[in-house]
Design a protein around this ligand. Structure first.
Ligand code: HEC
Ligand code: HEC
Length: 413
């Protein structure tokens, strides 16, 4: 492995390049076995082939774009751009998520339009604004003309390159790109001092007043801070009119490739999960992203519209952008400045040791940046002082919910 410590999976071995005294990985070997498909077991040679393919610009129409152009390993496997740029500098509509821990997601893409990593890998190569190849046959012909690939595919799969095996190798590589231990893991194992005071207070807000854990769910067997579900948290709505978009989408195509193009190239992108399911309750809903390594993957959200973690906090604090499809879990939070800062500091503790240095630099950059104008901030909405779509009736007092709209429970009995 050239630049990334390899975790060998699917072979019952977890060989993370950590020192002998390093704590165990936060991710259990059983979980890795569980998520590896039976028809694509991992091996070191397969993952290496997948890594070569992931880095190879020859998989694009004009030999300028590889998977790693938009998922740059040293930058946390993201592009660090609001929305990704493919061949001929064409910009798509969505932010490139990290592929770290993507293996553990129940579906791929912000709208879940691909079921598996194998499925996912076949799409960007053929998307006209990403890698722009015309057909799987064209890709296979290109691979078969490169002698190293013929040899490597033969070694790994026992046959010449084909499109499915290419996707299998890339997926096998991606299953090795997983988080190592972060301060939050040490804290949860009982090392209280692994988190600062601010981070510990942030953890309380995360699981309490902030209600973050209702979607960014964490548990020791699935430590990724995601419920793997789709929610409209009011990021998409502010730009367009959902109803007219939804009517257009109902007439649009529904094959996986057509949805891929609509999601990346058209205004219908903002409909999110609705493009895939056509259920009204999925309008503007996007997949809950995991939060491990979140400090190093700015800008945030499906459209890259939020530059820093402070902007994300401002967004949640005011209860998102009001819209008729807003998730019930999103309400104004009324967090004060300290609680916002503590939550952001907490998220810095989700950065694994491998990316600690980059994480530190990025937090420093975000701290400087957030002292400028806070674009998503709306204190009046956050504190319930403003007629907000969700505030048609008084928002209940969190300390004594029964005091508004009825008699306290004790008196009514
Ligand atoms: C032009 C930039 C670009 C290129 C090239 C690219 N991607 Fe992506 N990738 C994206 C964007 C943007 C998304 C999110 C799109 C969406 O959700 O609609 C994405 C999503 C993904 C996801 C889903 C992650 C998740 O959490 O849902 C995976 C996995 C992935 N890409 C792997 C790859 C692989 C493998 C390749 C090469 C075969 C590749 N990408 C090429 C931009 C790119
Ligand atoms: C109702 C479910 C829900 C709740 C509650 C929630 N989130 Fe999210 N979170 C999401 C979804 C869905 C997205 C992606 C939305 C999008 O891009 O449109 C997201 C995105 C994020 C992102 C950006 C991730 C990225 O990779 O771009 C961060 C950071 C985040 N949430 C942190 C938090 C914190 C901290 C809280 C608590 C204050 C919280 N979330 C509460 C569902 C939720």
């Amino acid at each position: 492995m050239r630049r990334f410590p390899l975790v060998l999976v699917g072979m019952g071995v977890i060989a993370v390049a950590q020192g002998p005294s390093s704590p165990p990985s936060p991710i259990s070997p059983d979980l890795i076995k569980f998520i590896t498909p039976a028809d694509n077991p991992g091996s070191a040679a397969k993952a290496r082939l997948g890594d070569d393919l992931f880095d190879d610009k020859r998989l694009s129409a004009d030999n300028t774009v590889a998977c790693n152009t938009c998922h740059e390993p040293r930058g946390g496997f993201t592009a660090r751009l609001e929305t990704a740029k493919g061949i001929r500098d064409q910009s798509g509509k969505r932010n490139s998520p990290t592929i770290i821990n993507a293996a553990f997601m129940q579906s791929q893409f912000w709208d879940g339009r691909a079921a598996t990593l194998e499925d996912q890998a076949k799409l960007p190569i053929l998307n006209p604004i990403e890698m722009g190849m015309k057909s799987p046959e064209e890709v296979v012909a290109k691979l078969r003309a490169i002698p190293e690939y013929v040899t490597k595919f033969n070694d790994v799969f026992g046959r010449p390159p084909n499109y499915d095996d290419m996707a299998r190798a890339i997926a096998a590589f991606e299953r090795t790109v997983v988080s190592t231990t972060a301060p939050i893991d040490r804290f949860l194992r009982g090392e209280t001092n692994a988190l600062t005071d601010a981070q510990r207070r942030g953890w309380t807000v995360f699981n309490g007043k902030g209600r973050c854990n209702s979607c960014h769910a964490f548990n020791p067997t699935f430590p990724f801070f995601t419920d793997n579900k789709f929610h409209n948290i009011g990021v998409a709505a502010h730009k367009q009119d959902f109803t007219s978009l939804a009517i257009r989408a109902e007439r649009a195509g529904s094959s996986q490739e057509e949805i891929d193009r609509l999601a990346l190239e058209s205004d219908l992108s903002e409909l999110g999960r609705f493009l895939v399911t056509k259920n009204r309750s999925d309008i503007g809903a996007f997949k809950t992203p995991g939060l491990r390594e979140i400090a190093i993957t700015s800008p945030y959200m499906h459209d890259g519209s939020e530059a820093t973690l402070w902007d994300v906090m401002d967004h949640y604090n005011k209860g998102g952008e009001p819209n008729p499809f807003l998730d019930g879990g999103i309400q104004r939070l009324g967090l004060n400045e300290d609680e916002i800062n503590d939550l952001v500091e907490l998220m810095a503790a989700f950065t694994s040791d491998r990316f600690a240095q980059l994480g530190g630099m990025e937090m420093q950059r975000q701290r400087t940046f957030m002292r400028g104008p806070r674009q998503t901030r709306d204190n009046d909405a956050a504190l319930g002082r403003k007629g907000h779509f969700g505030d048609a009736v008084p928002t209940h007092d969190k300390k004594d919910p029964a005091a508004i709209g009825g008699r306290p429970i004790a008196q009514s009995q």
